[in-house]
Ligand binder design. Structure first.
Ligand code: XLS
Ligand code: NI
Ligand code: NI
Length: 446
């Protein structure tokens, strides 16, 4: 395709500040701005996903595609379409000015009649991606294999009752892990969209758990065999498309990994909307992963609190996102991970420019959340109040309990003697919420 797909956007999208009303400029995201001594771009490591933005036509369960995505036209040779899509996608990424992208094998290259043909298609497309990366300087945040769209995966991939499906999924992951390695990806993601069940009436839970663990061991072994240095990530989600998914949430996945001695090999890729579906706040999922040293990367998006579906909307609430970013900063920040926009346009957003408006707004929301979170860290109020709350555990009584010197007899004896007589203290929640809001409201003054 020699003509531009986004002719109205010159790019790279500039930073114009809060006084600008230019819809095609960042109001807050300024890649080189230093926040806590580090470039904004290096804190956030922003990525764009190719599936929702370039491989989905805007269809829903009631209707067909509404978007202009000529490369998805069924009458087009799928490999010609694959190259057209890459041209448009890299034009977009380059003009938006973000450092990273993410993709599934099936987002970029079609399945052939045989696996050998599928592999040849992927190899050709990966060559083209490598060329686009060299030309633009864009980097791969993560790759992943689509183990959920094809009918063969209807009953799961690794957890399928048929070992031939397991084997096919293994071949697909091997191929995509190697492609990710070749493109120097920073991570590799496994999202088990169909690793779960539709009904317990036909499901052997213990067997399926053992299969999934075996699969993840094979992936980790292969990673080491080929010398891939990126991080392997599991993306929790409680349901949708499957009624129940085994990677339900952070707590469930950590328990699973530890049960199968995989905790040294995998970290977590946390998605905002998946936390919502699991009945958690995103802050909870992030904080829990960090407290176990298991945070890997983030899929930035948001759900709709009314409809219980993975709507994958673009983030627009600083109030919510800044709390999660605060946890990330307090935990030392992201390393190989980033913020991937696993986000899709609404079906009526059919102008080419809508893709820019959506990403610009989401990225500005994230940048503003970073400023607010950094202000929370810098002021030190939250940290101070939290450590004061636990101060007793650093004094002799707390230390003697934790170190195992004080047993029930000793403790009961001291309570009986009236030496220990605790008084309730305020948790100061509203005060803390005010501290957070003040930092959010003031964040752009610095
Ligand atoms: C779907 C998931 C998916 C993963 C990658 O809900 O978020 O997009 O991120 O397979
Ligand atoms: Ni995701
Ligand atoms: Ni999702």
């Amino acid at each position: 395709m020699d003509r531009a797909f986004f002719p109205d956007v010159k790019g790279p999208v500039p930073f114009a500040g809060l006084d600008s009303d230019d819809p095609l400029a960042f109001k807050v995201y300024e890649p080189d701005r230093l926040v806590l001594g580090k470039r904004m771009a290096d804190h956030l490591r922003i990525g764009v996903c190719l599936w929702h933005s370039f491989s989905w036509p805007g269809s829903d369960v009631f209707g067909s595609g509404t978007f202009d995505r000529p490369w998805l036209d069924a009458r087009m040779d799928p490999m010609v379409g694959a190259h057209e899509r890459l041209d448009a996608a890299f034009e977009f990424l380059d003009k938006l000015g973000v450092p990273f992208f993410c993709f599934h094998d099936r987002d970029v290259s079609p399945e052939g009649r045989t696996f050998a043909e599928t592999q040849a298609n992927l190899d050709a497309v990966v060559d083209a991606i490598a060329g686009h990366m060299a030309r633009t300087g864009l980097r791969l945040l993560w790759g992943t294999a689509n183990l959920f769209s094809h009918p063969r995966y209807a009953a799961g991939a690794a957890t399928n009752p048929d070992p031939e499906v397991f084997a096919f999924a293994a071949a697909q992951v091997k191929s995509m892990l190697e492609a990710t390695h070749r493109l120097d990806g920073a991570n590799y993601v496994l999202w088990g969209g169909r690793e779960g069940y539709e009904t317990l009436l036909n499901t052997d839970l213990a067997r399926e758990e053992a299969q999934l663990a075996r699969f993840l061991h094979l992936v980790a072994e292969h990673k080491h065999k080929i010398g891939f240095k990126g991080t392997l990530l599991i993306e929790p989600k409680p349901q949708e498309p499957t009624k129940h998914q085994y990677d339900y949430d952070v707590a469930t996945v950590i328990g699973f990994l530890e049960r199968h001695h995989l905790e040294g090999e995998y970290r977590l890729n946390l998605e905002v909307n998946h936390a919502t579906l699991a009945g958690h706040s995103f802050q909870h999922e992030v904080a829990l992963a960090i407290s176990h040293g298991m945070l890997g990367s983030v899929d930035a998006n948001r759900g709709d609190y009314q409809n219980g579906w993975d709507t994958d909307q673009f983030p627009n609430s600083v109030d919510e996102l800044s709390l999660a970013v605060f946890e990330i900063l307090r935990g030392g920040g992201l390393t190989t991970g980033g913020f991937n926009f696993d986000t899709k346009l609404r079906r009526q957003s059919m102008d080419h420019d809508d893709l820019f408006h959506a990403h610009i707004g989401g990225i500005d929301t994230l940048a503003q959340s970073l400023l607010a979170a950094a202000a929370m860290i810098e002021s030190g109020d939250l940290e101070r109040l939290r450590s004061e709350r636990y101060a007793g555990w650093t004094r002799p009584l707390g230390a003697s309990i934790l170190e195992g010197q004080a047993g029930l007899d000793t403790l009961a004896g001291r309570v009986l003697a009236g030496e220990i007589d605790p008084r309730p203290v305020s948790g100061r929640q509203e005060l803390l919420e005010n501290v957070v809001n003040r930092q959010i409201w003031a964040a752009n003054r610095h």
